[in-house]
Design a protein around this ligand. Structure first.
Ligand code: SAJ
Length: 450
């Protein structure tokens, strides 16, 4: 297909057509955002299922905020395909929003960045100077180290055929107030003029600040440390949640008191830290630091604390069942919520999984109920509860995900279904006093077991 040549605007081609590679939690809302901002959009995904659902105007992600905004079939300027070779020649700017997970041994997995880059660069038109922007979270250096060798191998010339840049996605799944059109962005690019063009482009997507920050590595580093900082801060309150009950103090009382200070940043302890960002991104910076021989003891320790939380909570649950006369090997636990985060249906890196595994190792059977998660997204060894008010004979109900649907359960009804009316608040969001008045024996992460 001949490339649609955009009209010239002050010597620079006016950007009219945007390509998005990867239509997941970030790519799909980004594609919709640019369509709503008046651009022609080509969306590409390797998954036939994803492409067919998006073509039908359906939401293939677990983020309910996207349920009713996927453009319907026949929408103008909205082109969805599995074929990057079809899409790329039409695009002035291409955004790559593919996963950057970690491997089983917690090392960065850059295979998606490399393969997506290759499919784009293979289809770029000579002399088009197409701008290709990586949005996925990586460590400083990845964009250039991964993409430049491919560009050179394909005989493309940077600045003539293609220019690369980095603009980290900042998107908060399940938080409509912080979607792609409401968050500030930073842009790194070796070519200042292209950087300025991207500032102007993203300023049409979001109403918040868009800033050119210079080198690609500055933008890459800013994003990864945003999430490292969050992980370390959560680790601190999780460590305090293990300490304070041992000295007879509820960590939440302490955090509430400390939060009266103007520069105390409030985080909440929980059963663990899940998702595709916070528990993953620190390993990217740890890897980069290891490459240059700089220790990252604090970042590494923060990850270790957060990873121990599910097992810490399982030990407490085991103790609670024993103290309440539940025979070893006969305990039955009901997990309320499985998703890593409230109001989304995303099981990636959910702490529910290690929590369930640890409970089962202690001879406690585990069932789970999560209205946001499809039955086939649960592990095989978990008994899935579809109707919470049919759940019978459990010894303990554990709040793992603070979905509204969990918090607002009919607790006076549920207690009648329990074999033992024990409740454990793994997210510190419940009114425990109220539950106690209903007859529940209440416990919570970071709270002394009286
Ligand atoms: N969590 C805690 N205690 C806290 C906050 C979170 O245990 O005080 C847990 C959550 O339960 C969850 C995990 O940490 O299991 C991650 O929660 P999150 O709120 O950080 O949610 P994410 O993973 O969706 O993070 C996204 C990130 N956005 C991007 O990477 C673009 C992150 O940078 C945002 O800061 C975060 O949303 C946000 O602001 O909520």
């Amino acid at each position: 297909m001949e490339r649609v040549v955009s009209p010239v605007d002050g010597g620079e081609k006016k950007v009219q057509t945007i390509g998005i590679i990867g239509l997941g939690y970030v790519g799909l809302p980004t594609a919709i955002g640019f369509l709503d901002a008046g651009f022609s959009v080509w969306g590409v995904d390797i998954s036939e299922r994803t492409v067919e659902m998006v073509k039908r105007g359906e939401n293939p992600t677990g983020d309910p905020d996207l349920d009713n905004i996927v453009p319907q079939p026949g929408t103008d300027n909205w082109n969805i395909t599995t074929n990057a070779a079809e899409a790329v020649p039409n695009c002035d700017v291409i955004l790559v929003t593919v996963p950057t997970p970690v491997t089983i041994d917690l090392k960065p997995d850059l295979s998606f960045v490399a393969s997506a880059g290759r499919t784009v660069f293979e289809s770029i038109k000579a002399n088009s100077n197409t701008i290709v922007v990586l949005e996925s979270t990586v460590y400083p250096g990845v964009t250039a180290e991964t993409w430049v060798p491919i560009i050179e191998e394909l005989g493309l010339e940077i600045g003539t055929d293609v220019t690369i840049a980095y603009c980290p996605e900042r998107f908060n799944p399940g938080d409509p107030a912080r979607g792609v059109r409401q968050v500030a962005r930073v842009i790194g690019c070796p070519d200042e003029k292209v950087g300025a063009r991207l500032v102007s482009l993203y300023s049409q997507l979001t109403c918040e600040d868009v800033r050119y920050v210079g080198a690609i590595e500055v933008a890459e580093a800013s994003k990864v440390i945003e999430n490292v900082q969050r992980d370390v801060n959560i680790a601190l309150v999780n460590e305090l949640a293990q300490l304070f009950p041992e000295i007879g103090v509820d960590v939440e009382d302490v955090l509430d008191a400390a939060a009266t200070k103007w520069n105390f940043h409030r985080y909440t302890p929980g059963v663990g830290v899940g998702g595709h960002c916070i528990p993953v991104d620190p390993y990217y910076l740890i890897q980069r630091a290891a490459q240059v021989g700089v220790p990252t003891e604090l970042i590494t320790a923060g990850r270790a604390v957060n990873r121990t939380m599910p097992n810490h909570v399982a030990k407490i649950i085991h103790e609670l069942l024993y103290q309440n006369g539940v025979e070893a090997g006969l305990g039955k636990a009901l997990l309320l919520g499985w998703s890593y985060k409230a109001e989304v249906g995303d099981p990636r890196e959910t702490p529910a999984e290690p929590l369930a595994a640890s409970l089962m190792e202690k001879g406690i059977s585990v069932s789970a109920w999560d209205p946001h998660i499809n039955d086939d997204d649960f592990p095989e060894n978990i008994t899935v509860i579809d109707d919470i008010y049919s759940a019978e004979g459990f010894d303990i109900a554990i709040l793992v995900t603070a979905h509204k649907a969990c918090v607002e359960l009919q607790w006076e009804r549920l207690i009648g279904q329990m074999r033992n009316p024990i409740f454990y608040d793994g997210r510190r969001v419940m009114d425990l006093q109220l539950l106690q008045e209903l007859g529940w024996k209440t416990f919570a992460v970071g709270r002394p077991i009286k």
